[in-house]
Design a protein around this ligand. Structure first.
Ligand SMILES: C[S@@+](CC[C@H](N)C(=O)[O-])C[C@H]1O[C@@H](n2cnc3c(N)ncnc32)[C@H](O)[C@@H]1O
Ligand code: SF4
Length: 371
């Protein structure tokens, strides 16, 4: 590298995402194993002061970043006061340099809606709103233990599409007794809202949840795969190309950062992060604990995350991120077999999953990391 190039690269700031976790919810949904408490936050103002101090701490560890995204996730961050959200956003902007296209997302529940909530969130600085709709019929909303009604969801969708330029909804499908035709109708309705992005998650029954305790079984695998394949084709035809296992449309910059293995600061109970300090990569927790990641572990997480997106893993970036050579790290024989079975596309630049590969991602990852 010439001296000039070396000097220049020292000043190139790395991308950074900021994840702000707000762990409070109105009630606990029976399928959810995210870290969340069904209580009203007793000390929001104090917590926001702590969140700002945590941001200062992480900034003090490495200043060579440019913030690309801030994501308020949960729990239910739409229960936060808009003033609290504004304080956090301002703190981030004060501490770091940031991209002119900075994406600032917030996950909202339809029933945390009070008059002006969405316009207040926009004034606070939110420019992408993601709404947890989960189902578009009354019976399934009830089954999923949601506290909102269909009408609340429809009204909230109408408001977010009017107020924000960038918006998304989450739906959970492959519900135990879900009928394929009804799912087709729900999808059709979801597309009719004119959203920029749609997240569609297959219901998973997680240990320790009320659904698991009740012995609720997921939908039969074949039926779920039929729904998944239809969903991908239908959304593509309607202008929502798939870019990740469960995500369609204009990509969420924040989540893309995770899948590409970029660094992020995580604040709030239950949040974690990935940060470079003196050229070493650390996993961080909300207790400000730092744990250095060894190259093998880092490489595995880059593969787990990177194969979720259709663009796949960029081999040059992989080398930069964990110091290992991609083609020698993975199990070459298994990779060849998977490419032959058309589960993967392997080029000199990247390794990408095919549509059929996305259906068996866990097995692919196991095979590739089996040395
Ligand atoms: C952090 S969670 C919840 C965000 C927000 N509190 C809400 O409930 O809308 C993000 C998304 O994960 C999905 N999700 C959570 N648990 C799930 C499960 N067991 N199976 C499938 N999707 C799930 C839901 O679609 C949810 O909107
Ligand atoms: S799904 Fe959302 S609202 Fe329900 S318990 Fe989980 S985080 Fe809270």
């Amino acid at each position: 590298m010439s001296n000039l190039k070396a000097k220049k690269s020292m000043f190139i700031k790395e991308n950074l995402g900021i994840y702000v976790h707000w762990p409070f919810c109105r009630s606990k949904c029976p399928y959810c194993d995210f870290y969340s408490q069904p209580v009203k936050c007793p000390n929001e103002d104090e917590l926001i002061v702590q969140y700002c101090q945590d941001l200062e701490y992480y900034r003090s560890l490495n200043n060579n970043y440019k913030v690309q995204s801030i994501f308020f996730g949960g729990g239910t961050p739409s229960l936060l006061k808009p003033q609290s959200i504004e304080k956090i956003i301002n703190k981030v902007l004060q501490l770091w340099s940031y991209s002119p296209q900075l994406e600032i997302s917030l996950e909202a529940n339809p029933n945390s809606n009070h008059t002006h909530l969405f316009s207040d969130l926009k004034k606070a600085g939110i420019n992408r709103l993601s709404l947890g709709v989960q189902a578009l019929n009354e019976a399934d909303l009830k089954f999923l233990g949601r506290t909102h009604k269909l009408q609340d969801a429809l009204q909230a969708i109408d408001e977010i599409t009017k107020i924000f330029d960038n918006h998304s909804i989450d739906l959970i499908y492959a519900r135990p007794h879900q009928n394929f035709t009804l799912w087709q109708q729900e999808l059709k309705q979801a597309v009719s809202f004119g959203l920029k992005h749609i997240s569609l998650y297959q219901l998973t029954i997680e240990d320790g949840t009320v659904f698991a305790q009740k012995g609720i079984k997921p939908l039969d695998e074949e039926k779920a795969a039929q729904m998944y394949n239809f969903t991908r084709e239908y959304l593509k035809a309607k202008g929502y190309p798939q870019y990740e296992v469960s995500n369609f449309g204009i990509p969420c910059i924040h989540n893309l950062g995770y899948w590409r293995g970029e660094d992020y600061v995580g604040i709030g109970n239950g949040a974690h992060g990935r940060l470079h300090i003196n050229n070493k990569i650390y996993a961080t927790t909300h207790h400000r604990l730092l744990e250095e990641l060894i190259p093998q572990d880092r490489a595995e997480e880059l593969i787990i995350m990177g194969l979720r997106i259709l663009e796949g893993i960029n081999k040059q970036r992989f080398k930069k991120q964990c110091g290992l050579i991609f083609d020698t790290f993975i199990n070459q024989q298994k990779c060849k077999e998977l490419a032959f079975q058309k589960r993967l596309i392997n080029t000199s630049e990247n390794l990408r999953p095919t549509s059929s590969g996305l259906l068996v991602l866990n097995k692919i990852i196991e095979d590739l990391c089996d040395s």
